[in-house]
Each structure stands twice: as C-alpha cells, then as structure tokens.
Ligand binder design. Structure first.
Ligand SMILES: Nc1ncnc2c1ncn2[C@@H]1O[C@H](COP(=O)(O)OP(=O)(O)OP(=O)(O)O)[C@@H](O)[C@H]1O
Ligand SMILES: [Mg+2]
Length: 391
C-alpha cells in the first residue's frame, strides 16, 4: 500500500525573523517538536512556517511587525516543501523600500499568495484561539474563512473584493448627494462576491461536518463532536441547497440578485448607521457541544479546547479527503492543555492522518508517546537572540 500523500516542510530557513538572526531547521518531513522556556522563540518558528500559506500567518501580524528588532531592515523565510506534485521551494519576506507587503516566490518565480494557497495547506491552533467562542463574531468568521480558504484558494481574493466594494460604498454613503449609478455598481460587485463567499463557506462547513462523522469510536469521546452551523441568511440557504443537492450555480445567481436588491433598498438605513448592516460580513459560526447539547460558549475551558482540537482534526481530515494530501498541522502549546489520555489520542490522530505536525511546549516530557520519528528541538534565547538545537 502506498503511504498517504501529505504536505511536509522538508527544511526551513529564517533570516532576520523576529528573535532569529538566522535559523535553519531540517526535518526530512518528520514531525517537529519545539520545546523551551517562555519567550524562547518557539511560536516564532511556527509563525514563520505559517508564512508559507497566504495571509498574515498565525499571529495575524503585519509584514513589517516580524522584522528582527532592533536593526532589521527586512526578513526572509525560505523552505523546501514536499507536495503531491513534487518538492517546491517557497521564499517569502520583505525587503527594500516597501516593507508593508511580503513578496512570494515559488521555485524562484514571483507568485501570488493565492498561488501559494494552491500548493500549501495548513491547519493551526494557537492559545489566542482559546477565546474563539467567547469573543465577538469577527474571530469566528475569520476561523470559518480560514477553513474555507483551505478548500478554495480563491476565497481570500473574493473576500477582499467584497470588503473593498463595501468600504467604497460606506464612504460614498457618507457623502451628501450619492451617485446612484456608482452605488449600484459597487452593490452589484458586493452581491456577486458575497454570494460566492456564502457558497464557499457553506460548502466548506459541510465538508467539515462530514469529516467529524468519520472520527474513530475510541477517539470520539476524547475529542467531542460539535454541531456546527453558520448564522447567516445566505449561508443557510446554500447549506439547505447543498443538502438537497440543488443547482448551486443557479442559487448563486439568485442570491447575488437578492443581496444586490437588499443593498439598494437599505442605502438610507446604512447611511444613518454609518456601515452596511446586511451581508455575509455579518455572519457568525455557531457550535454546540453535541453530547451535552451545550453551546460552545457555555462549555468549560477544557471542553472548549477539546472542541477546537476536534474541529482542527476534522478540518485536516476533510482537507486530506478533498485535496488528496494531509495538511501541515501547527499546534502551539496544545499538548500542555491535555491530560495524558487526550495527549496520546492527539498523537494517535496525527499519526493516523499521516500529517506533519509542528508542536510546541515548555517541556520535552509533554511529547513522550509521540514516537521516535519526531525531530525534537530545544529552543533557547539569550540577549534577545533565539537559537534552536537538536536534542
Ligand atoms: N520583531 C521582533 N524582533 C525581535 N524579537 C522579537 C520580535 N517580535 C517578538 N520578539 C521576541 O520573540 C521572543 C520569543 O517569542 P515566542 O512567542 O516565539 O516565544 P515562545 O517560545 O513561544 O514563548 P511562550 O512559551 O511564552 O509562548 C519574545 O521574547 C519577543 O520579545
Ligand atoms: Mg509561544
């Protein structure tokens, strides 16, 4: 039997990246464990790996923010990544006068972030996500959109089109004596992009729901299932249509027309509010702890963490099914929150997926039971400089 296909960072080199002057990690495709004291530079490595996907990485940092301080003028991350289509070299970073936008090169040629998304898929979990179910809806929308982006690399660009058109519309509505034709054009753009966003979100969520149902019996109780739904009119109709195997292209046209009309009719209301009150930018993701029928926000801290891990694993399984390759997993401080049984179950799940996981924790003992194949690196910091050593 051929081993399952997967994505893996074979080697990565950081230059002038946050606390690193220079750092090279060779993995050969094996899972990586980074352990060391607080502030040593573990998450910085995970973040650098996350820069191999489109967007602002797992801390949502601006391109300038990660430049080595003090004294850095740019940064660079270069990696060899094993993909089903062969090994590719990705380089990204900022240099020169414009440090606000990072450039991307794939195999030495300038590429877009969307192109990057077609090659590399990652699923990550960080301590910052612990408040996902408690914080405002924007964080959950981002979480959902990140999932959607894994299945549909164009999703980010479509979302950007929507946001830009909406900002332009909001600006125009603030001015006295609107230009109706100009507004209608922007609304049509928002409507087309909005319908596509809703469709991609709904389709992605259904994949995730299906992947949750594949959880093996033994693991099921340790990483609980969530009943997921999107709170959004358009997404609800797409979800219904998906379940009924209806014509989605047709629905997308209808939904765009509907939103366009709704926006046209709500100009005065939106002008008074100073923002657009309707559309997929107002949607939310809802999760209910299935076994207890308890909304995620009302679950205990440990239960919420378990739900998130469960969703990330389901996302990884769904991506494997959809793309034929297991995504790379970045799990920041996940092991520390789990009791021994859950930790071993997590390691078992990762192994079953065949995914390359990058994991951090303050102590090496958290990763006992992970198997001997993992690369174990100790991370230390002195005088504001981080260093990584094999041990
Ligand atoms: N732009 C930057 N330039 C230089 N150093 C930076 C920059 N941004 C952050 N740092 C430093 O990087 C250090 C390591 O951060 P990191 O988050 O990777 O630590 P960690 O090992 O994950 O710690 P913890 O266990 O607390 O999560 C911090 O001390 C921080 O001051
Ligand atoms: Mg950290």
């Amino acid at each position: 039997m051929t081993p399952p296909s997967r994505l893996a960072v074979l080697s990565i080199k950081l230059a002038q990246y946050r606390s690193y002057d220079l750092c090279t990690i060779e993995t050969g495709g094996a899972p990586v464990v980074l352990h060391g004291p607080n502030g040593a530079g573990k998450t910085n490595i995970l973040e650098a790996v996350s820069m191999l996907t489109p967007g602002r990485g797992l801390r949502r940092a601006g391109a300038e923010e990660v430049i080595r301080r003090p004294g850095g003028t740019g940064w660079r991350v270069r990696a060899e990544v094993d993909t089903p289509a062969g090994v590719i070299e990705i380089a990204t970073g900022v240099a020169g006068p414009d440090t606000t936008r990072r450039s991307v090169e794939i195999d030495g040629k300038s590429a877009t972030q969307t192109a990057l998304g077609r090659h590399v898929r990652m699923v990550w979990l960080t301590p910052a996500m612990d408040r996902l179910w408690l914080d405002p809806a924007a964080g959950r929308r981002r979480f959902l959109d990140r999932i959607a982006l894994g299945f549909e690399p164009d999703h980010a660009e479509v979302s950007l089109t929507y946001e830009k058109a909406m900002r332009a519309r909001n600006r125009l509505l603030r001015e006295p004596g609107w230009d109706d034709a100009w507004l209608a054009g922007l609304e049509a753009q928002m409507a087309r992009a909005g319908a596509r966003i809703a469709r991609t979100r709904s389709a992605s969520l259904i994949r995730l729901i299906e992947a949750q149902n594949d959880i093996e019996i033994g693991v099921k109780t340790l990483f609980p299932r969530a009943e997921l739904s999107i709170l959004g009119d358009m997404e609800s109709r797409f979800s219904q249509a998906l379940r009924a195997a209806a014509d989605l292209d047709q629905l997308e046209v209808e939904e765009a027309a509907l939103l366009s009309r709704a926006l046209g009719a709500s100009r005065a209301r939106d002008a008074a509010a100073g923002r657009t009150l309707e559309g997929p930018h107002r949607s939310d993701l809802e999760a209910v702890f299935a076994a207890k029928n308890m909304p995620a926000a009302a679950c205990s801290t440990g239960e919420q963490k378990a739900l998130l891990i469960s969703l990330c694993l389901a996302n990884a399984r769904a991506l494997t099914a959809a793309t034929g390759a297991a995504p790379i997993l970045l799990l920041d401080e996940v092991a520390a929150h789990l009791d021994t049984a859950r930790r071993l179950a997590l390691f078992g799940e990762i192994e079953a997926l065949g995914a390359q996981a990058w994991m951090t924790g303050t102590g090496a003992e958290l990763f006992e039971g992970l198997g001997t194949g993992a690369i174990r690196l100790s991370v230390t910091e002195s005088d504001g400089r981080s260093a990584v050593a094999v041990n």
